[in-house]
Design a protein around this ligand. Structure first.
Ligand code: NAD
Length: 401
C-alpha cells in the first residue's frame, strides 16, 4: 500500500518546524516540503538587513542543510494555486502535485490597505530581497547628499509604528553615525519621521514601558507623528491626515511597515479568508477540509479571552508547527489528537543592538537586559528551526558592548 503523502507549503517558522517535527517522529509517510527559495530566513530579523547592520546571509540558512533528505523531500518551487476539492497543488515549475494531507504555511505579505502609491513609491520589509533593496535605497539616498545637498536625501519616513517599524528605527538610529562617516553626510541633518495612524504608541505594553521605548528613539532624533493615517504615497512624499487636513512630508527614503497579511494564494485558492488569514479549527485544520491545515501567518487562532485572533508572530508559528508535526504523527497512528493551545511566553522588541523592551513570563524587561532577552529569543528560534550547527554559525553571542 502507498504511504500517505503529506505536502507542506512554505519553509518559514511554521512549515519548517512541522517538517522537522515529522522527521523527528519518524512517521511512515512521504513528506514533501515546498518553498520558493532554497533558504529559510528569520523574518523577525529583517529590520537588521534593511538597516545594514547584518547581511542577509546572517539571518538565513539552506533548507537542505537542516532536513534529512531520507525522510523529507525538498522542492524549490513557487505555489501558485491550491485545488482543495481535488487535493492538488499547482507549482510554477513542477506543475501539479497531489496530497493526502496538506499543511499551508505560506507566510505573509506587506499590507498596503489599497493606499495609492505604496507599491510604486515606498519599500516594504517582507523578505531578504526586499530588506536588501531597502538597505540599498537608504544608502544610495544618504550618499547622494554629498553631491545634491538636497535635504530630502537625508529625510527618512517610516510608515506605521508597529514592532517592525520600532525595531527598524532602533537599527537605523544606531547605524547613522557610522554611515555618515562612510558616505560623507552630516549625521545631525538626518531627519527621521515615523507616522502612525493610532493615537497611542506601543499600546501592547504598559504606559511606562511604552514611553521608555519611544523616549529612547526620540533621544536618538526620531520624530513621531501620531493619530495621523497615511492616505497616499507620492514620489518622495508621504501624504497623511491630521485633524481632518491632508499634510505632506518630503522624504526620499520611505519605508512601508504598516502591517502584514497572509499569502495572496490563500484568497486566490478560494478559502474563506480575511486579509489572507483563515480562522482554523481547534486542530488547526480548515472547516470542511479535515486534511488541510493552516499554520503561521495564514492562520487565525482565536483567543478565547479577547475574542480576537492572536497576533501572527514567530512564536505562535513555531508552536503551531510543533503541534501539527505531533498531531499528524498521531493521526497516522490512528491516535486521538488534542486541541492546539497557544502558550504565549512574552514579547520583546529590540531598539538597536543593546536596548530591548518587553514582557517575559509576565515580567517587564527593558534596556540592556531587554537586549539580552531578545538575543536569547533569536538564538532559541534558530536552534528550533536550524539545529545546533546553525545556532553556532548564526546565533547572537555579542552580549557585551
Ligand atoms: P503591526 O500591524 O503590528 O503594526 C503596524 C502599525 O502600522 C500599526 O501600529 C498600525 O496602526 C499602523 N498603520 C496601519 N495603517 C496605517 C496607515 N495608513 N497610516 C499610518 N499608520 C498605519 O505590523 P508589524 O509591525 O509589521 O508586525 C506584524 C506582526 O509581527 C505583528 O503581530 C507583530 O507583533 C509581529 N512582530 C513581532 C516582533 C517582535 O516580537 N519583536 C517584531 C516584528 C513584528
Amino acid at each position: 500500500m502507498n504511504k500517505p503523502k503529506i505536502v507542506i507549503l512554505g519553509a518559514g517558522y511554521a512549515g519548517l518546524k512541522t517538517a522537522k517535527q515529522l522527521q523527528k517522529k519518524n512517521v511512515n509517510a512521504e513528506i514533501i516540503l515546498v518553498n520558493k527559495n532554497e533558504y529559510h530566513y528569520e523574518s523577525t530579523q529583517l529590520h537588521e538587513v534593511a538597516a545594514g547592520t547584518e547581511p542577509g546571509s546572517k539571518i538565513s540558512f539552506n533548507i537542505a542543510d537542516v532536513i534529512d533528505s531520507n525522510k523529507v523531500t525538498f522542492i524549490q518551487d513557487e505555489v501558485t494555486l491550491i485545488k482543495k476539492e481535488e487535493k492538488k497543488v499547482i507549482l510554477a515549475k513542477k506543475g501539479e502535485i497531489s496530497y493526502d494531507y496538506l499543511v499551508i504555511a505560506l507566510g505573509f505579505e506587506s499590507e498596503t490597505f489599497g493606499i495609492p502609491g505604496v507599491n510604486e513609491f515606498s519599500k516594504p520589509l517582507v523578505d531578504i530581497k526586499t530588506a536588501e533593496a531597502a538597505r540599498q535605497y537608504l544608502d544610495t539616498n544618504l550618499a547622494n547628499y554629498a553631491k545634491s545637498k538636497n535635504e530630502a536625501d537625508l529625510s527618512i519616513a517610516v510608515c506605521g509604528a508597529g514592532f517592525t517599524s520600532i525595531e527598524y528605527l532602533g537599527e537605523i538610529t544606531n547605524r547613522i553615525p557610522k554611515l555618515a562617516e562612510k558616505l560623507n553626510f552630516p549625521a545631525d541633518k538626518v531627519k527621521i519621521t515615523c507616522i502612525e495612524a493610532m493615537p497611542t504608541l506601543l499600546p501592547m505594553f504598559s504606559e511606562k514601558l511604552g514611553t521608555y521605548g519611544i523616549d529612547v528613539l526620540k533621544k536618538r532624533g526620531v520624530n513621531f507623528i501620531v493619530g495621523t493615517p497615511i492616505k497616499e504615497i507620492k514620489e518622495n512624499t508621504v501624504v497623511y491626515e491630521q485633524e481632518g487636513e491632508l499634510k505632506e512630508l518630503t522624504a526620499n527614503t520611505v519605508i512601508w511597515t504598516t502591517g502584514v497579511r497572509g499569502s495572496a494564494v490563500v484568497g486566490e485558492s478560494g478559502f474563506d479568508e480575511r486579509r489572507g488569514r483563515v480562522v482554523v479549527e481547534s486542530d488547526l485544520s480548515v472547516a470542511g477540509f479535515p486534511e488541510v491545515f493552516m499554520i503561521g501567518d495564514v492562520s487565525a487562532v482565536m483567543d478565547g479571552d479577547s475574542g480576537r485572533p492572536f497576533p501572527t508572530t514567530a512564536q505562535i508559528a513555531l508552536q503551531q508547527g510543533a503541534y501539527l508535526g505531533n498531531a499528524l504523527a498521531a493521526k497516522l497512528n490512528n491516535q486521538s489528537v488534542e486541541a492546539f493551545t497557544y502558550k504565549p511566553l512574552g514579547t520583546v522588541a529590540s531598539i538597536g543592538n543593546n536596548v530591548g523592551l518587553g514582557n517575559v513570563m509576565g515580567k517587564e524587561v527593558k534596556g540592556y537586559i531587554g537586549s539580552i532577552m531578545k538575543k536569547n529569543i533569536i538564538n532559541k528560534s534558530l536552534v528550533t528551526t536550524g539545529g545546533t550547527k546553525t545556532l553556532l554559525k548564526k546565533g547572537r553571542f555579542d552580549y557585551y558592548h
